[in-house]
Design a protein around this ligand. Structure first.
Ligand code: ZN
Length: 106
């Protein structure tokens, strides 16, 4: 898997580690537990965890928009297996630019 993480310069070392652990989710359907474990491990609330995660953008660098080549930006790790099943993908700006002529996953 080629997951690329881009961190905001405002994140400190432990925040970066927290993001890396978050994105290391194993896709076993235990997403909520995964979050709980992270919060316990770093002794933070959900609120703080997601605030930190907002400073990190995750991309799948082997899945690109077929139109402009932009890498797929992930919202949650649970999306990864779903995205990988798509035969093609177009990013939101391209879909809205085309007025809906480009469609996802056909
Ligand atoms: Zn695009």
């Amino acid at each position: 898997m080629s997951l690329k993480l881009i961190f905001s310069p405002t994140l400190n070392q432990s925040a970066v580690q927290m993001c890396q652990d978050y994105w290391a989710y194993k896709h076993n359907g235990q997403y909520i537990e995964h979050i709980e474990v992270l919060c316990r491990q770093y002794d933070v609330s959900y609120h703080v965890l997601f605030e930190v995660l907002a400073g990190c953008q995750a991309y799948l660098d082997d899945v690109h928009c077929e139109y402009c080549g932009r890498p797929y930006q992930l919202d949650v790790p649970a999306d990864i297996p779903y995205i990988r099943k798509q035969s093609s993908w177009f990013c939101e700006p391209c879909i809205s630019f085309s007025g809906g002529q480009l469609t996802v996953g056909r």
